[in-house]
Write a protein that binds this ligand. Structure first.
Ligand SMILES: [Zn+2]
Length: 286
């Protein structure tokens, strides 16, 4: 558990999948990253799908919902999808909670590995919200981009993960940076998508951030020039990271990385060589 003043953060892994290393590392040659994230024989690397349970002031908040339960058998096979101990809902159960207890669900963006667990099939095969009593939020610009994808972005967007929630009024669309609960801020960190959101936590002088796909792995935060091939605006990602590196140094914030199985949590510290590095903080999954 990560305690930031009055804010309590639990790290839950929904699942682990294997993805093309070219997706995770883009143009960076394998020789430079393979010791950090060893690939399998088909040049795939592991990606976790980290979600958070945040409690503050009696409110229970989920940040990102992972891949969820709607992947087809073929999709599971391609991704080598492995649910982690019952996924997000299994993690909540280990904390003594059910989906009914959640007040707010924050989608950092609407890619299927972050919003897939928003909805599920019921016994009749209908799409229903996984968190029936929660309000869901996402940036309006992200929703508009998801509803009007182009030939390159469409593979990542699956409307049944969010369209029914917006149409029923259960998902609220945000217009820019928003305080979602005391000390819990949804802040736009553009690049991965134009309205990609990170979640910043501040309480009693302590700081943390779920960076999400601003820096999918810790190494992406350390190296400004490294970003995934999934980024829609890679040069914008670079400048976003430059600003947040400065913030992380100034605040000694606890940083949470969405897809990193090796260093899921850490602090950014200045190195003797003038380059910063992420020092891992051991943080077991719920
Ligand atoms: Zn992602």
């Amino acid at each position: 558990m990560i305690q930031i003043g009055d804010i309590c953060i639990h790290l839950i892994n929904d699942c682990t999948v294997m993805v093309e290393a070219g997706g995770a590392f883009g143009l960076v040659p394998r020789a430079l990253w393979r010791s950090l994230m060893p690939p399998d024989e088909e040049n795939r690397v592991p990606m976790t799908a980290h979600c958070l349970l945040v409690t503050v002031g009696g409110r229970k908040i989920i940040v990102d919902t992972g891949h969820g339960s709607k992947l087809t058998g073929r999709q599971q096979a391609i991704l080598q999808w492995k649910s982690y101990e019952g996924g997000l809902l299994g993690g909540l159960a280990r904390l003594g909670l059910s989906a009914d207890d959640i007040d707010l669900v924050v989608d950092t963006h609407l890619h299927a590995d972050h919003a897939g667990g928003n909805t599920a099939y019921d016994a009749q095969g209908q799409i229903v919200p996984v968190f029936p009593n929660a309000e869901y939020v996402v940036q309006r610009r992200e929703y508009e981009d998801a509803m009007r994808p182009n030939e390159r972005t469409q593979a990542a967007y699956v409307p049944m993960n969010y369209q029914p929630l917006v149409e029923s009024g259960q998902m609220r669309l945000l217009d820019g940076d928003t305080e979602l609960a005391p000390g819990v801020w949804g802040v736009i960190t553009p690049g991965h998508t134009p309205a990609h959101m990170s979640v910043r936590f501040e309480s009693q002088g302590q700081h943390a951030a779920f960076l999400c796909d601003m820096a999918s792995y810790a190494i992406h935060f350390e190296r400004l020039g490294w970003m995934t091939a999934y980024d829609v605006e890679p040069l914008v990602t670079l400048e976003t990271k430059r600003r947040w590196q400065k913030w992380a140094l100034e605040t000694s914030a606890v940083l949470i990385f969405t897809h990193d199985p090796v260093r899921p949590v850490g602090r950014f510290v200045a190195g003797d060589d003038g380059k910063g590095r992420v020092e891992p903080i051991p943080e077991p999954y719920v």
